[in-house]
Design a binder for this molecule. Structure first.
Ligand code: RP5
Length: 200
């Protein structure tokens, strides 16, 4: 941590996590967080950076990133989630194995949508995390994405769609993102004949 950080920023980082924005990380970040990206361990970070980078680079959305383990420090997780900054409107939660984090957050925060990302980990390869997240009892929904990279990116897109309901700038960025995907298909069709030739 840089020594020139203000006490207020250092306090926010220890209480709420690290701010990440299009401009940078921590003291280099700007703006207010709209999304919390949380996970059970920093071993989930390589996967969740796909969500963080999609939020900030595709949609210009700042987020807080924080580790919260329901199996190693449940009390700290409850404290963090109950006291999020009011600017946070969506929560993305990743875990592997017996993945209770998103479901517990859905109970704690009846006011915020929770998006779950199951991590491919260990003997059951993410199926355990997927089923732990998706089989929520009535009343505490978790929007569960695919296992792995696609799930992390889709969690960011889903969060952006939720924010776009009240934010026309994010809506435009979602349209631009969709256009890039269409352009990819057009490009594949342009090179298709050459590709087919290679099979003859
Ligand atoms: C879960 O246990 C975490 O979300 C992580 O996916 C998994 C393993 O954590 P580490 O043992 O790598 O810290 O709670």
């Amino acid at each position: 941590m840089e020594t020139n950080e203000t006490p207020a920023l250092m306090q926010q980082m220890s209480e709420h996590g690290v701010l990440v924005s299009p401009e940078g990380i921590g003291s280099a970040a700007r703006g207010v967080p709209r999304v919390l990206v949380t996970m059970g361990s920093d071993s989930d970070l390589p996967l969740m950076m796909k969500a963080v980078d999609t939020l900030r680079h595709e949609f210009g959305i700042s987020c807080l990133v924080q580790i919260n383990s329901v199996h190693r420090d449940l009390r700290a997780m409850v404290q963090h989630i109950e006291n999020l900054p009011p600017s946070v409107q969506v929560i993305i939660a990743c875990a592997g194995g017996a993945a209770h984090l998103p479901g517990n957050i859905a109970d704690l925060r009846a006011d915020l949508p929770v998006i779950g990302v199951p991590r491919d980990l260990g003997a059951l390869k993410g199926i355990d995390a997927l089923l732990s997240m998706v089989q929520m009892p009535e009343g505490a929904p978790v929007a569960v994405m695919a296992i792995g990279d696609a799930g992390a990116v889709n969690a960011a897109i889903h969060a952006a769609k939720e924010l776009a309901i009240a934010d026309p700038v994010i809506r435009e960025r979602l349209q631009a993102y969709a256009e890039k995907r269409k352009a990819k298909v057009r490009k594949q069709n342009q090179t298709l004949e050459n590709k087919l030739e290679s099979y003859s």
